[in-house]
Design a protein around this ligand. Structure first.
Ligand code: BES
Ligand code: ZN
Length: 879
């Protein structure tokens, strides 16, 4: 197989410690776009307890080896073995100084892993196993060492030379060249190494830590983007302050650098003191970035900053433990965003994302526990499960222990493990020990895959005034685990009267009477909770704040849902009740139309919407969340066999029906919110825009919408309003849409991030014509198949967010997409593998589509020299 991969799984149980301590690593880079040479000097000390005359094993990939020496003796052919990605030096002395020299070719590196080129600069991406594409080294996270990095390069081509840690020396060289040396005082694993060299501009700010140290903050960007760094810088300052205030964690160096690049496989990377970011998560100006972009930047800047403690100071023993740093850091960034903006709105968006991306993953061919037991290609395990479900599991620990118990656990975790590479079990042990509790059973969440279902039923006895809730948990088998165990499930519950008042709760087994939410902990397969002194049959408010990442089954009546939507104290429950009502209305219509029955608008839903539109007290952003109908993909997940066109038609019917019946209300609310005020970045202003544009999304389904959208487009002073208006025109297929798109294009054609939006809004248009448009757009000068952001915004959006386009019954969408996966595999296997996942749910469709998707998967699987990345995805899907 290509890339030297064997295609075989590696297993968590096979972990073996590395026999050597690497005392330090000196790296010398002679930088060039076409060719860079890398010299490495490493000191190996045999660890106590290992037999003498061990081999030293190093990893390397696509390296042109120039020389190797051991304790200053040059090694020849017979002195070492190169086997695939491993270099082995047998019988090394217990203290060994190893020197290597290699040549690499950044300009030919289209995989964007290792050292590669982006615009006017060179940069690295090492997580998870990219360091081996730079030099020979034990490229595994449990080998931590001190780095000293010297770079030399032409000064005019590469004026800026950056690496991790402190800049300790620099100088001039003959021929217009210069050199710089960086030293990182913190030992780190190779995946946190970074280097940047090139022509970049910079903005600078400062942060005073709470112990009084001054930290210089710099954001490096291409010169034309200097006016788009303010928000990222403010977000960084907020993140640094928040981690001190909430987690008692202070930054540990005097420099914090962020570099923005247009060419990046992921969102951003937490390299020690030299974060590298996809420019999408740095650059923002009101006229170029939407409110969602601003929020994304704040969250990702926070996330990478928070890794400095949860990831860098304490890292993972091996990549099976990835959720140790990612799940925990996502939990931290979620809490940061919740503390900065509206907690409720953030929480709902996190839950929506978990259900729409992680649930399907956990139910499909790639299902795995948050700590997987085996993998072929680690890059395929940076998943919604490891990240979002991982964070949800940390959140349950937080719920069970409370904020102060959780912080006690964090403190003990750092006391025990600062500077180490550890496991999820170490984390849980610190949490348990600090609180004197046993979390062994809870630990099953780490090893069990699949989404648990909790079936809730109830009975009320008016004579005894007792109300009993019966909960039954069941996790359906997943492809790699047939038998499932009962999990510990935090169950936060409240009881409402039919009129919506909150009832105090008292359990039959206890004496305390609680006014608000009661937290119960389910441990067994089945559990009953009986409440006493209940004056009437209550409406149960279940899993408040979504206290566990489970599918909740309870047979709510429309009246009960209406009570929850209007009166529950918990924002998640209110939102979820509105979504439930919409889901059942849409699925009901789907059924009716299959049976040849006429579609009608659900009266309860209409009434609920009317109520929400009239609600002037609620946070407008929450109303917007509740009135955004569930996405087609989420609806598809609720069906036995997905009816692509039926779902689309039913959802559209409801959207139109609501719009038509409530036109006056939507228009009035829109007019109130469209008050002509100048753009503001505040959360309150964002909330108003969210509701305004939700109203517009309905109004374009009526005769009123077109002129409103046109007017909004003309007067807009920010990208949120501009894009909403443009989408509105496209959604209604307005004759003005083409002109509006063309004007947008001519204004923004030189702006990569804005053009991504232009590609996406076209790729997402439903219907059979979009595929041809996507093909045309691939020829657009702003598109490049080599650029991951472009691929995601055009090809990814079409395949993952446009069900009626991608799933066209003739299979044209599938054939097109398989071609792209194959094309991308030759350039960038990580991105190709992400795209290939669009076929993962193929078994859930009708026979025709199933067989069309299957044959495309087979076609991809048969490609000669297919990467391990794509092969793992498609072979899992086919199995
Ligand atoms: N460590 C990752 C970035 C990464 C992942 C690099 C996989 C290479 C391979 C980083 O901390 C991260 O998790 N980034 C996320 C964004 C974050 C806000 C969840 C990403 O890039 O999507
Ligand atoms: Zn991360």
């Amino acid at each position: 197989m290509k890339d030297g991969l064997t295609g075989k799984s590696i297993f968590r149980k096979d972990y073996e410690p590395y026999p050597w301590d690497v005392k330090q690593l000196h790296l010398f880079f002679d930088i060039g776009r076409e060719t860079t040479t890398v010299r490495a000097e490493m000191q190996f000390h045999l660890k106590d307890g290992f037999k003498p005359s061990q081999a030293i094993v190093l990893n390397g990939k696509d390296l042109e080896l120039l020389s190797v020496s051991l304790n200053d003796r040059p090694l020849g052919e017979g002195d070492f073995v190169v086997n695939g990605e491993a270099l082995l030096i047998p019988d090394a002395p217990p203290i060994s100084v190893l020197k290597t020299e290699v040549r690499i070719h950044p300009a030919n590196n289209s995989a964007l892993e290792g050292l590669y080129v982006s615009g006017e600069f060179l940069l690295t991406q090492c997580e998870a196993q990219g360091f081996r594409k730079i030099t020979w080294f034990p490229d595994r996270p449990d080998v931590m060492t001190a780095y000293c990095v010297t770079m030399q390069a032409d000064r005019s081509e590469f004026p800026v030379l950056l690496s991790n840690g402190n800049r300790v020396a620099a100088g001039e060289l003959p021929g217009g060249r210069h050199w710089v040396r960086w030293e990182d005082p913190f030992r780190k694993p190779s995946y946190l190494f970074a280097l940047v060299a090139g022509d970049l501009a910079m903005v600078e700010d400062h942060f005073k830590t709470r112990s009084g140290r001054d930290v210089v903050l710099r954001i490096y960007v291409e010169a034309e983007n200097l006016d788009r760094c303010d928000h990222a810088m403010q977000s960084l300052v907020h993140a640094m302050r928040w981690d001190e205030d909430r987690f008692n964690l202070e930054y540990d160096l005097d420099i914090y650098h962020i570099v923005a690049t247009n060419d990046f496989n992921m969102g951003a990377m937490e390299n020690k003191s030299l974060n590298i970011f996809n420019s999408k998560y740095v650059l923002a100006r009101p006229d170029t970035a939407t409110d969602a972009d601003y929020q994304g930047i704040e969250g990702v800047i926070g996330h990478e900053y928070f890794h400095n403690w949860t990831g860098n100071r304490v890292t993972c023993r091996d990549w099976f433990e990835l959720t140790l740093k990612e799940g925990l850091t996502v939990f931290r960034d979620e809490e940061f965003s919740a503390d900065m903006q509206s907690r409720a709105v953030n929480r709902i968006r996190v839950i929506r994302d978990l259900r729409s991306r992680q649930f399907p993953e956990d139910d499909g061919p790639m299902s795995h526990p948050i700590r997987p037991d085996h993998y072929v290609e680690i890059n395929n395990f940076y998943t919604a499960t490891v990240y979002q479900k991982g964070a949800a599991i940390i959140r349950m620990v937080h719920t069970l222990l409370g904020e102060s118990g959780f912080q006690k656990g964090m403190k003990l975790y750092f006391e025990r493990h600062d500077g180490q590479a550890v496991t999820c079990d170490d984390f849980m042990a610190a949490m348990a020990d600090a609180n004197g509790v046993n979390l062994d059973r809870f630990g099953r969440w780490y090893s069990q895959s699949g989404t648990p279902q909790v079936h809730v039923s109830d009975r009320y006895d008016a004579a005894t005034r007792k109300y009993t809730l019966t909960l039954q948990q069941k996790t359906p088998p997943t492809h790699e685990q047939a038998d499932k165990q009962a999990l510990v499930i935090p169950f936060a519950v409240g009881l409402l009267t039919g009129a919506g008042g909150e009832l105090p709760t008292q359990l039959e087994t206890g004496t305390d009477v609680l006014e608000g939410t009661r937290l119960l902990v389910m441990e067994d397969e089945m559990q009953e909770y009986t409440f006493v002194n209940v004056p009437e049959k209550p409406v149960p408010s279940l899993f408040r704040d979504y206290s566990a990442p489970v599918r909740i089954f309870y047979d709510y009546s429309p009246a009960q849902l209406a009570t929850l939507i209007t009166h529950d104290s918990d924002a998640f429950v209110r939102w979820d009740a509105a979504q439930r009502m919409a889901v059942s209305a849409i699925l009901e219509l789907c059924k009716r139309s299959v049976n040849g029955l006429e579609m009608t608008l659900d009266a309860a839903l209409l009434k609920a919407f009317q109520g929400m539109l009239a609600d002037r007290a609620a946070d407008p952003a929450l109303l917007a969340e509740a009135m955004n109908l569930p996405e087609e993909d989420y609806l598809a997940e609720q069906m036995e066999v997905v009816d692509v066109d039926g779902i689309h038609a039913a959802r559209k019917f409801i959207q139109r029906g609501l719009a038509g019946n409530l036109m006056v209300h939507f228009a009035q609310r829109y007019a109130e919110l469209n008050d002509g005020q100048a753009y503001q970045k505040s959360s309150a202003a964002m909330a108003r825009r969210a509701l305004k544009n939700t109203c517009l999304g309905y109004l374009v389904e009526t005769g009123l919408g077109e002129s409103m959208a046109v007017a909004q487009l003309a007067s807009s002073d920010n990208m949120t309003d501009t894009l909403a208006a443009l989408k509105g025109l496209l959604q209604m297929d307005s004759p003005q849409a083409a002109t509006a798109l063309a004007e947008f294009e001519s204004r923004w054609k030189a702006d990569a991030l804005v053009m991504d939006k232009w590609f996406s809004i076209q790729a997402v248009q439903p219907g059979p014509n979009t595929l041809n448009r996507v093909k045309e757009l691939m020829q657009h000068p702003a598109f490049s198949i080599q650029n991951p952001n472009k691929v995601r915004s055009l090809i990814g959006v079409f395949a993952m967010l446009n069900p009626t386009g991608f799933h066209a019954a003739d299979g044209s969408g599938y054939a097109f997409h398989a071609d792209r996966v194959i094309e991308l595999d030759g350039l960038n296997p990580q991105i190709a593998a992400r795209m290939a996942a669009a076929f993962n749910r193929w078994k859930r469709y009708d026979e025709g589509r199933k067989s069309l998707m299957k044959s495309q998967l087979q076609r991809i699987a048969a490609v000669e020299g297919l990467s391990g990345d794509v092969s793992e995805i498609v072979n899992n899907a086919l199995r």
